[in-house]
Design a binder for this molecule. Structure first.
Ligand SMILES: Cc1cc2nc3c(=O)[nH]c(=O)nc-3n(C[C@H](O)[C@H](O)[C@H](O)COP(=O)(O)O)c2cc1C
Length: 392
């Protein structure tokens, strides 16, 4: 079902996901904030980076391995934290983590996941990182940090671009808030889209219905209910000062996700981060903020090799990954690219997304005359500082 000729690229997985999911769930994955300007820009800007191949060079095999914070990965991309994956497919986070491990790469689990962090770690043979929001407050986050440490997560990813949930207008129109109330009367105007997707509905009900958040355990109340996310984010905003106590609680690596400027990159280093992710949350938070590829050179320059720079946003092809690495990213995170696969077909869909990007990478390296990810250099693309690269 996810093989050729039906599925040739990530966009084909997106189409399958759209067919399987209720509109509210598909748009939750696919959509961005407000006018979706940044969402579109994240993808569009890759079109303006042109390659400079070394032709007449034979590269019989291509080495895709890279090392990120001391861990060797078979691929130069990791699976980004994607909240609520359990809504896309039964046991979604467990399923995605398993496929990441099978492909030799790492999975990053969102705080807002529907599966227990211990179960997700146990499902993968690869590295797992835990993405932290302070939802529920410092005590609740501390419990999650301790659990993640005990379960064997090797890095903590602190997301700093979400002091409030972005306005995703598609979600409002589709009745996400109303559907989360579990009140039949409130839900009624929006349930039609769900009844039209019986396959998805059967899986959803078989998996226990609307998930709660088992890694956000509120004292005396248990797992945080789905409907409480927005309020929880606003009540527990991460600030730079939090990095100090997070570092005391967590003995592994810390990565700050959501850096877009040289100023924030420098502060992250001063606060002891081991890495940063140049990210605008896939255009889901501040609309009108720079596309991430455009922000990458500024951050790479400010970091100046002191810590590792990762990148995400808009990756839909292996050639996008190569462009980001040429511009200084150590590796990239993919978000929607695998989420579409998960939503389209569960584990085989995630595996297909990974395979599409893997074969893209090998083909593109060969066409560039470059034997490995570690040999990529700025010289393989047009000068990143030229105005021609990023026209307005
Ligand atoms: C449906 C969805 C849910 C997300 N949830 C989270 C999250 O819980 N925490 C987080 O740090 N980032 C979250 N992100 C952002 C991703 O980690 C990543 O930054 C983004 O998807 C990259 O852009 P891309 O989707 O174009 O690859 C989410 C993204 C999507 C699409």
């Amino acid at each position: 079902m996810v093989g050729t000729p039906q599925v040739v690229n990530i966009s084909d997985l997106r189409s399958l996901a759209k067919r399987r999911l209720p509109r509210a769930v598909f748009d939750y994955i696919d959509g961005g904030a407000e006018d979706e300007v940044t969402l579109r820009e994240n993808c569009r800007v890759f079109d303006h980076v042109t390659f400079r191949p070394h032709n007449a060079v034979s590269t019989p095999s291509c080495d895709l391995r890279t090392t990120v914070l001391g861990t060797t990965l078979e691929l130069p991309f990791l699976l980004a934290p994607v909240g609520s994956s359990r809504l896309f497919f039964p046991q979604g986070e467990v399923v995605a983590a398993r496929e990441a491990g099978a492909a030799g790469t790492a999975y990053i689990l969102s705080t807002f996941s529907g599966c227990r962090l211990e179960d997700v770690k146990a499902a993968t043979t690869g590295a797992a990182w835990y993405q932290l929001y302070l939802a529920g407050g410092r005590e609740v986050a501390t419990q999650a940090i301790r659990r993640a440490q005990a379960a064997g997560y090797s890095a903590l990813v602190v997301t700093i671009d979400t002091p409030v949930a972005g306005l995703r207008e598609r979600d409002v129109r589709n009745g996400i808030k109303e559907l989360a109330t579990r009140n039949l009367f409130t839900m009624l105007p929006f349930v039609g889209q769900i009844l039209m997707r019986p396959n998805w509905l059967a899986g959803f009900l078989g998996d226990g219905g609307l998930m709660s958040f088992p890694n956000v355990v509120l004292p005396g109340k248990g797992p945080m209910p789905y409907a409480d996310v927005g309020a929880a984010l606003e009540q527990a905003v991460v600030s730079w000062r939090d990095l100090a106590w997070i570092r005391r609680e967590w003995s592994g690596r810390i990565i700050v996700k959501g850096v877009l400027t040289n100023t924030d990159a420098r502060i992250a280093i001063d606060e002891g981060a081991d890495g940063v992710v140049v990210s605008n949350h896939g255009g889901r938070q501040l609309d009108g903020v720079s596309s991430t590829l455009r922000a990458l050179p500024e951050v790479v320059e400010a970091v100046n090799g002191r810590i590792e720079v990762l990148f995400d946003g808009g990756i839909r092809r292996g050639s996008d990954i190569i462009k980001a690495i040429c511009l200084g990213a150590r590796a990239v995170l993919i978000g929607r690219a695998y989420a579409y696969g998960l939503a389209a077909a569960g584990g085989p869909g995630v595996a297909r997304a990974i395979e599409i990007l893997r074969t893209d990478l090998v083909r593109t390296l060969k066409l560039l005359g470059c034997p490995s990810i570690s040999s990529l250099a700025p010289s393989f693309i047009e000068n990143s500082r030229s105005a021609r690269l990023f026209p307005n």
